[in-house]
Design a protein around this ligand. Sequence first.
Ligand SMILES: *Cc1c(COP(=O)(O)O)cnc(C)c1O
Length: 405
Amino acid sequence: MMTGAEMGDKGRRRMATEAIHAGEVHDASGAHISPIYQTSTFTFADMAAVEARAAGESDAYMYSRGGNPGRTALASKLAALEGGGAADVSAEIFASGMSAISAALMGLAKAGDHIVTQQVLYGSADHLISDVLTGFGVSNSRVAGLVPDALERELEQHPETTVVYLETPANPTMAVIDIAATVEIAHAAGARVVVDNTFATPVLQRPLDLGADVVVHSTTKFINGHGTVIGGAVISNDEALMTDEIASLIRYTGGVPSPFDCWLTNLGLKTLPLRMRQHSSNGMAVAQFLEGHPAVAATSYPGLASHPQHDLASRQMDGFGALIAFDLGSYEAASRFLERLELCSLAVSLGNVDTLIEHPASMTHAVVPPEEREASGITDGLIRISVGLEDAADIIADLDQALRV
Ligand SMILES: *Cc1c(COP(=O)(O)O)cnc(C)c1O
């Protein structure tokens, strides 16, 4: 497993260094840590400064919906990590992951256009595509797992497709989708590829390097890492697309993050490479424990040799992360287990320093109709765990005592 070390061969600093130093604001006060610019508007010294800005000769801040130094700092850091050292990558920070996903999809799909995506998505993204964008004339269809042959056929049937949208590893089943293969097929059909990289983060997976056009994040999760902020981001190496269609939407839809939220997220992001390394190592230890436990009917973790796309995950990812899905066979077994946990918390969300466990069928995916849940592997006994940074032995001890019958 690596930590972005090969970024070094592109003549740039390595990922752990970029995470700490990229984008940091060092203003005239001499403050060592980037200040929080808690202000709605910015003053101009004179009309010459106003004119210079209007003429594009200065990028002075004017109003915090359009931009704020702390937001720029966070965007620069995230672009440096997600772009793997490429200079043409830019990012915009939004008030939530959903705000970022909305901007990416609204920027790429207009009335009459079509979106192709996988069968199971993050619940609110699913609803956005199925029930909100359809009201604006954007249709959609699903291809389970975005399997290449089936995707090719779907795109032939829908030449009006402008976006192929995917999440990998997929929530909550941990199925893995081939990003490079999806990109090849989508681009041949004239569609762009948007990847939700929330589960893997740029430390473990860099979709832009694999040819994707746009990456979206819920920064609420690993990027912030401490469970203190709801936030999102869009990152792309297509400057015109970002400037004209996606990042600019933050102005008009107004999903602007607060300066304090940007500051907290920037602080968390500094330790992302270190945290993801430990999340992956704890994740593997917990997955192996679950797979070997007689009360666990099935364990899905891309790092296990038993995972159906383990080889693909090994090629596509630089580590397997913290998310594991496992099945206890019934709702009764699942709820008994969840109620007995002592160290781990019963809560939705993921990517925090502490271990969070949830029951998808009754929590994150309760809105998905039961037949669809069953078809996509979200059984009543399925549990999703986001393995935290506690000592792995203590996490396993808690799971072990909760699994005891
Ligand atoms: C949480 C999450 C989102 C939505 O992000 P918010 O910050 O809650 O708006 C989108 N995609 C995935 C994979 C998520 O886990």
